[in-house]
Design a binder for this molecule. Structure first.
Ligand code: ZN
Length: 217
């Protein structure tokens, strides 16, 4: 049974044209909120057909939604210690293509904070894995809550989503907080901005390259 959430409301919405380092661009509608339970400044990015002003809408297909946890080093600086920057870039394009929302959640380092994340990196250099390092620092393996994500979606009038995520905990928590996960859509693994174009090109000409060994075979 879903928990009853404190109601959040849209505080502001504003258009922001996005352009990424590889030249990809997309129109976004950026939303801020009042009433989020943790008091953090989380954002929602409406993309594709959801880049328009939110108003009363009828029943529509479930929008593609990705909750993305902030990762300063990966999102902004392209850190190769994680795939957050590549995941973010992929998510924006896929959501822009099908219509939906990217929820940018200010829960750095699986919720432990930026400095603690760097401390955990230092422990990883000493041989611990990422989860062991968090535990060694007195944190749980993953401290992220998606309660605010559910609050944001409900404020946006979205109670059914197609969830762009490989993390079963996100689906589990969203359901618990009253959001229907109508479908789960996997993200690519280890896709990076450096290889995105390469992979897209390869897929685009895949039939041709396959023809070569077959006809030669
Ligand atoms: Zn990261």
């Amino acid at each position: 049974m879903a928990l009853r959430l404190p109601t959040a409301t849209i505080r502001t919405q504003v258009s922001v044209p996005l352009r990424f380092a590889d030249g990809y661009s997309a129109a976004a509608r950026v939303f801020s909120f009042d009433g989020l339970v943790d008091g953090q400044e989380h954002l929602a990015f409406g993309l594709g057909d959801r880049a328009a002003v939110v108003s009363a809408r009828g029943r529509e297909p479930a929008p593609l939604v990705r909750p993305h946890s902030e990762c300063l080093t990966g999102d902004v600086f392209g850190s190769q210690r994680c795939d957050c920057g590549a995941q973010l870039r992929e998510a924006v394009e896929r959501i822009a293509d099908s219509g939906g929302f990217l929820l940018y959640l200010r829960q750095e380092g699986r919720g432990i904070g930026l400095y603690a994340k760097l401390d955990a990196y230092a422990l990883q250099e000493a041989g611990l894995d990422t989860y062991e390092a968090n535990l060694a620092l007195g944190h749980r393996e993953d401290e992220r809550s998606y309660l605010v994500a559910a609050q944001m979606l409900l404020a946006l009038g979205v109670s059914r989503v197609a969830l762009l995520s490989n993390n079963p905990d996100k689906a589990h928590q969203l359901r618990r907080f009253g959001v229907t996960v109508a479908a789960r859509v996997a993200t690519a693994v280890h896709l990076s901005t450096a290889n995105a174009r390469y992979l897209a090109t390869k897929a685009g000409i895949g039939a041709h390259t396959l023809d070569v060994p077959l006809s030669a075979g």
